[in-house]
Design a protein around this ligand. Sequence first.
Ligand code: PEP
Ligand code: MN
Length: 340
Amino acid sequence: MIIVFKPTATESQIQILRDEMSNQELTIQEIQGESTRMLGLAGDTSMLSGDRFLIHEFVERVIKVSEPYKLAGRRFHPQDSSFDIAGRKIGGGAFTVMAGPCSVENEAQILSIARDVKLSGADFLRGGAFKPRSSPYSFQGLGLDGLELLKIAREKTGLPIVTEIMSQEYAEVFRDDVDIIQIGARNMQNFPLLVEIGKTGKPVLLKRGPSCTIDEMLMAADYILMASGGGCPVILCERGIRTFEPSTRNTLDLSAIPVIKKKSHLPVIVDPSHGTGYWDLVYPMALAAAAAGADGLMIEVHNQPDKALCDGQQSITPFLFNRLMQKIAKIRKIVTEEAI
Ligand code: PEP
Ligand code: MN
């Protein structure tokens, strides 16, 4: 951390800061520029809020050098992380696809879709039992009954399940019943939820909040990793952010893939369904995500999109999903064979 002083700062004012810092385990280094005086603070500054120095009128600005996250960052973990979850690999060169309906609606629906996506090569079955709906009048999901239906689908197809948790009260149920616990975009900064889910030690799919920066997502990942003690598997998911562009439901930030890869060792997957909001945009953006180096995809698939209780307009049919999977295999071949 570097504290930059105003040109008018006096020696006794700078001494005030030195004294303030003297009981911290930090190395304080004076830096003298041509016309600027600075103090460099080296050591563990993670507990230090740099902004507090701005309380002094003689401080011009504070430059933070280290990242506000550690466990999710590459600095102390340079190698890519990869996980084996229910016999499926995520990260480390694998390409993992999670597919299924937005919401679990009934047994016939979830079984039919699960069978179809499995035949096309999906690795995980996704499906919401607890749904975070913007309107309280919309279908809210089947809750625990939906979870039971997902378990039946897993039993019958062998596909592990990923589903969203909305409240800490179900942490134990999810720990026992779910292969990957999804933290939805709206809950990315629900810190007590992150901590409780981290404590379960289960694999987590953390979706990017619609108004959150990449650094904020990595800080959220640190909450989970810290709470889990040893570091549970965390998979990051870019699912679009809110911008001024109204043509799509969200703006899918594909540049987040290489940015996250620079900053973090955690695998990153892309959800073009919520990222765009329209079924006909899912196919091209899924291909683009694979080409940009994503470690996988989350795709909404519905056998009757026109009758779906949630997000039918952005769900692709099992037929189109099958075509997409074939095309992705070709893109992946190019991406993995031709490293720069
Ligand atoms: C979902 O995946 O079902 C979902 C609600 O996504 P998001 O949290 O990204 O909106
Ligand atoms: Mn949805």
